[in-house]
Design a protein around this ligand. Structure first.
Ligand code: DON
Length: 305
């Protein structure tokens, strides 16, 4: 851990002193209010050690990072039947793309693009009594924290301009792959994306993807080994949309980004690490987050490959 602590500090200082380019996501108006030059990093190891630097205790909008958690819950409830409704292939396209759905007859390529995450939300709306509350309970069970919640301003802000997601949901429904009313599914989707967490909370929530030690603590409420491995596999190939190959190549960990500027990455059997820096590159992934993780896994020699 001493090594990690020093390397995180050195990497943090390096990244702080380097360029910070790109823009914050402003297509969701409320997200443009964030101070773009914040930077937080936090690591949580399998031994239970944790170490953070910078703005690691500031809450931010996790956006698409939440898709991994909704997928995990749906997979736990639905089992392999989920794969009849959503694929596990990288799309090679932007997160909000509509183009492949026609050829694929309404079966999204994977659960981490918006189309796939909307289908996962539909599954949860069908299977949960109170999807918003039950989803929060699941997250809180993962880490024991009770103060994780949604930001209704962000959810309403996205809802007021979310035409593309409305189009995706309606188009998928036209193929029969959405069971519920689009308004209800989208209301849950926008709320789920508005989830707020700190880097510290993210690393602790995602420990269930590192080790069975953290899964069994939850009385098996969270995924078994095979399912956890498969969620990591999906993050590895689909977590950064049309930049997933680049992230695999440079960082070498399963991970997931969000347009709030956060990235979570998982080293199975070793650690989770979260970085938050709101300026995004052209693919919608945190500019400094990508750089930080590339430098960190190189310095610690901890790519999984
Ligand atoms: O649906 C959207 O566009 C957002 N709620 C989430 C997109 C996102 O975070 C993409 N990630 N990099």
């Amino acid at each position: 851990m001493d090594d990690f602590e020093k390397i995180i500090r050195d990497t943090y200082n390096d990244i702080c002193n380097g360029k910070n380019i790109g823009n914050v996501a402003d297509y969701i108006p409320e997200l443009s209010c964030v101070d773009p030059d914040q930077l937080g990093v936090h690591i949580h190891t399998i031994e239970g050690n944790s170490y953070g630097y910078g703005d690691y205790q500031t809450k931010f909008s996790v956006q698409s990072i939440a898709k991994v958690l909704s997928l995990s819950l749906a997979y736990q409830i639905e089992g392999d039947a989920i794969w009849k409704r959503v694929g596990v292939e990288p799309s090679g396209n932007p997160y909000n793309s509509l183009v492949q759905l026609e050829d694929d007859e309404g079966i999204p390529r994977n659960p981490l693009i918006n189309a796939g995450a909307i289908v996962v939300c539909d599954i949860l709306v069908s299977r949960l009594e109170d999807p918003k509350a039950d989803f929060l309970d699941f997250i809180q069970d993962c880490c024991g924290a009770r103060n994780i919640g949604y930001n209704n301003k962000v959810a309403d802000s996205e809802k007021s301009v979310g035409y593309r997601n409305v189009a995706l949901c309606n188009y998928i429904k036209s193929f029969g792959n959405i069971e519920n009313e689009p308004d209800e599914v989208l209301d849950f989707y926008f709320t789920m994306c508005s989830l707020e967490m700190t880097c510290e909370e993210l690393t602790s929530v995602f420990m269930f993807l590192v080790s069975s030690k953290y899964r069994s603590q939850q009385n098996n409420k969270i995924l078994n080994e095979t399912k956890a491995n498969r969620i990591n596999a999906i993050m590895q190939v689909c977590g950064f949309y049309d930049e997933s190959g680049e992230f695999s190549f440079k960082v070498g960990l399963p991970g997931k980004s969000g347009v709030g500027g956060g990235i979570i990455a998982v080293h199975p059997e070793k650690y989770t690490i979260a970085v938050w820096s709101p300026r995004l590159n052209k693919k919608g992934n945190s500019y400094r987050g990508m750089k930080f993780l590339e430098q960190f896994t190189s310095a610690t020699d901890s790519s999984i490959f």
